[in-house]
Design a binder for this molecule. Structure first.
Ligand SMILES: Cc1cc2nc3c(=O)[nH]c(=O)nc-3n(C[C@H](O)[C@H](O)[C@H](O)COP(=O)(O)OP(=O)(O)OC[C@H]3O[C@@H](n4cnc5c(N)ncnc54)[C@H](O)[C@@H]3O)c2cc1C
Length: 419
């Protein structure tokens, strides 16, 4: 069986890996010259089953309206983009009812939990070459209401196997001493000991090297312009140099996936939601925070990754506008200073790598995976803010479906036909 995987980001590479493990002949296409250069390049670094809640929590519409036009808001909606993505935005808000939110939270948590087990079971051979750390994640809260609300979500996650501990402000400071200067302004924290962190780009690079040795073919610098089907069956992938006959094709092209499926009559509800990150070298810091921290009040994540600190956050509905905007970067620096005032002198542009990427987001906040109505065409996209967390499990479950392996994870409820 010959399978094309379009996209050499986290989702494409993990799918390709498991396809090959099951004996398929695999070709991975990417328009970039190297793997992992788009959204999988400099994300927040956290594989956090604890953070599997979709962004459209009940009441999100009021929060979004309040933030309209505020350049420093965690969720920034650019009116021009909103017009284009109106149907998607309506579906996003319709999914924020209590019932839908709870159902989607459960789907994500179950997949994330499975994904972490796949990471541990199948990618142990990579060791810590991707700056993996097993120190969990710590979420901190600034008001008692925020903490109480988060505790409710954490309790749901615990019913689904994700352990947590609620911490007082002092306990937060004991767990991560670098937070002590702000403990008096916190209402508390929630610690998720089983979360993992790691550098997604290094993971892609190292996995691609192993995949190459395992016989996966890479067509890099090759933009796929068409997936060809005849009588409802995929038969070829059209690259910029030649046509590749295939038996099956997996679309894992992140936010660009809809462009590849539309000529086959498949409308993928995936939109790019821009986010930013800062990567700050820490080798000269006298001490360095160790535990990945999410400040829920400011919607910012700070994650130590080897000899760097990654600060990530913000969501911008701006279409495919990839401009790195000074104001959003300044905002991210300011959030980092509020979390770690002791390290303020390092949170300035000198020596810091600035980055933005498009989270491929579905309107219900759940990834879109598995078979479609076109025979031989499979999807692995739409994982939004959770693509790093979901990649091992999503890759394995999609590959298992294609190769008719024993399915350890059921994709029903995650397919495109739910929309
Ligand atoms: C600021 C930020 C922070 C984040 N933090 C986290 C986090 O802490 N934890 C977490 O779990 N997730 C996080 N995410 C989300 C995660 O990074 C993404 O969900 C994930 O990287 C998406 O991977 P992907 O493989 O779907 O897409 P991509 O990495 O974008 O890969 C798709 C690939 O397809 C290729 N491609 C597209 N079209 C074509 C074509 N026509 N022909 C050939 N190639 C094509 C592209 O070149 C690209 O390499 C974050 C995202 C952002 C932006």
């Amino acid at each position: 069986m010959r399978v094309a995987v379009i996209g050499a980001g986290l989702l494409g590479l993990t799918t390709a890996w498991f396809l090959r493990k099951s004996g398929a002949e695999v070709i991975v296409f990417d328009r970039e010259l190297h793997v992992g250069l788009e959204t999988s390049y400099a994300n927040g670094g956290m594989l956090h089953a604890s953070q599997a809640s979709p962004w459209n929590e009940p009441g999100v519409i009021f929060k979004a309206l309040k933030m309209l036009g505020d350049e420093d808001a965690a969720l920034l909606i650019r009116p021009r983009a909103l017009l284009r993505m109106l149907p998607w935005a309506c579906a996003f808000f319709l999914n924020s009812s209590k019932k839908k939110y709870r159902g989607n939270l459960e789907k994500n948590t179950i997949l994330a939990d499975y994904s972490l087990s796949v990471l541990n079971e199948h990618f142990g051979f990579l060791g810590d070459v991707y700056d993996r750390s097993d120190l969990g994640t710590l979420k901190i809260y600034r008001t008692t209401e925020e903490l109480a609300q988060a505790k409710q979500v954490a309790d749901v996650c615990t019913e689904l196997n994700i352990a947590h501990q609620t911490l007082s402000p002092d306990e937060v400071g004991s767990l991560e001493p670098a937070l002590q200067p702000i403990c008096s302004s916190l209402s508390g924290g929630i610690y998720f000991p089983d979360d993992v962190s790691g550098n997604a780009y290094l993971f892609c690079k190292k996995l691609a090297a192993a995949a190459d040795s395992a016989g996966i073919l890479f067509e890099l610098g090759n933009n796929v312009s068409e997936i060809r089907a005849s009588s409802g069956q995929v038969e070829a992938v059209v690259g910029n140099r030649e046509i590749f006959p295939v038996d099956a094709c997996v679309v894992a092209a992140g936010s660009y996936s809809p462009f590849l499926t539309k000529d086959l009559g498949l409308k993928l509800p995936v939109e790019p939601i821009k986010g930013y990150s800062l990567t700050i070298p820490t080798s000269e810091w006298e001490t360095c925070p160790k535990v990945p921290v999410i400040d829920e009040h400011y919607h910012a994540a700070v994650c130590p990754l080897g000899s760097f600190m990654r600060v990530a956050g913000t969501a911008e509905f701006a279409g495919f506008d990839d401009q790195i905007r000074d104001r959003r970067i300044a905002n991210l620096f300011s959030l980092a200073r509020q979390i770690y005032p002791r390290y303020s002198k390092y949170f300035e542009e000198k020596n810091v790598a600035l980055w933005s990427g498009f989270r491929p987001m579905s309107p219900d906040g759940v990834g879109i995976m598995g078979k479609t109505k076109v025979s031989g065409l499979y999807l692995n996209t739409g994982h939004g803010h959770l693509g790093w967390t979901m990649a091992p499990g999503a890759g394995k479950s999609v590959a298992d479906e294609i190769t008719k392996n024993i399915e350890h994870f059921s994709l029903s409820g995650y397919r495109l036909d739910r929309f």
